[in-house]
Design a protein around this ligand. Structure first.
Ligand SMILES: Nc1nc2c(ncn2[C@@H]2O[C@H](COP(=O)(O)OP(=O)(O)OP(=O)(O)O)[C@@H](O)[C@H]2O)c(=O)[nH]1
Ligand SMILES: [Mg+2]
Length: 228
């Protein structure tokens, strides 16, 4: 039997792509749209919108990605950009502490306007680089996920999208199918096992509502960044 996605029934969701300047938001989007990786950082001015057509099992989903300038000088995030957003990816650079520290501000701004129920994926990019030495912690919430990717190594680029689609469609085991196969840049290798273990630990150590604040108070402050 031939399988055809039912594009007539597709649903479009507006998805904000947020994070500090230089974390790789436009690169992530470009990789998905054209397959290409660009070495130089050309800051986005204002914003760029691109719709990704995704095929989940037996269902088509369109994510309209709003790639917003990370730097306020280049337009930054205007309140109007948030209207009708159904989900967001808040990106940071796994090798740059300040970009992880900023995640909390991006989330706060997002939730002030869109409410705390909006599905969000906190996404660490540049997993191919030496990670910052600090531990990353987040508060566990029903609509929040964490993942790591590398746009340079073309590694795990679908995960933020599939995590969002799971939340949006309320299907916890949804998988995306038929994604193009992207190649890593020559010479770009990463230790997948090691990164997967790290992500597993970060997810496992996420702070629960019950014990979160107690654990936060007792944890050594200088050794960790709390993302939300
Ligand atoms: N090593 C490495 N570099 C990356 C990766 N992804 C993006 N970059 C580099 O990061 C720089 C910034 O990327 P952009 O995608 O322009 O960053 P941005 O978040 O869109 O920045 P603004 O538009 O200023 O908000 C570029 O030099 C990219 O080549 C990655 O996975 N690994
Ligand atoms: Mg950009």
């Amino acid at each position: 039997m031939e399988f055809r996605p039912n594009w007539a029934k597709n649903q479009t969701y507006k998805c904000l792509l947020l994070g500090d300047s230089g974390v790789g938001k436009s690169t992530f989007l470009r990789r998905h749209v054209t397959g290409k990786f660009t070495e130089q950082h050309v800051p986005t001015r204002g914003l760029l919108v691109h719709t990704l057509l995704l095929q989940a099992d037996y269902q088509a989903v369109a994510l309209e990605l709003w790639d917003v300038a990370g730097n306020a000088r280049h337009g930054g995030l205007q309140n109007g950009y948030y209207f009708h957003a159904k989900c967001a990816i808040v990106m940071f650079d796994l090798s740059v502490e300040s970009s992880a520290i900023s995640v909390v501000q991006w989330l706060r701004q997002l939730e002030d306007i869109c409410g705390p129920e909006i599905p969000v994926v906190i996404c660490g990019n540049k997993a191919d680089l030496m990670p910052m030495p600090l531990n990353l912690l987040y508060r566990r919430r029903s609509r929040l996920d964490y993942c790591e990717i590398s746009a340079r190594a073309a590694w795990n680029l679908d995960e933020p999208l599939s995590l969002l689609c799971r939340r949006l469609l309320n299907k916890s085991n949804l998988v995306l199918i038929s994604q193009p196969i992207l190649k890593p840049l020559p010479g770009c290798v990463l230790d997948e096992q090691k990164i997967r273990r790290r992500v597993k630990d970060i997810r496992k150590n996420a702070l629960s509502e019950k014990d979160g604040e107690v654990r936060l108070r007792t944890a050594t402050k200088g050794q960790r960044i709390v993302l939300n």
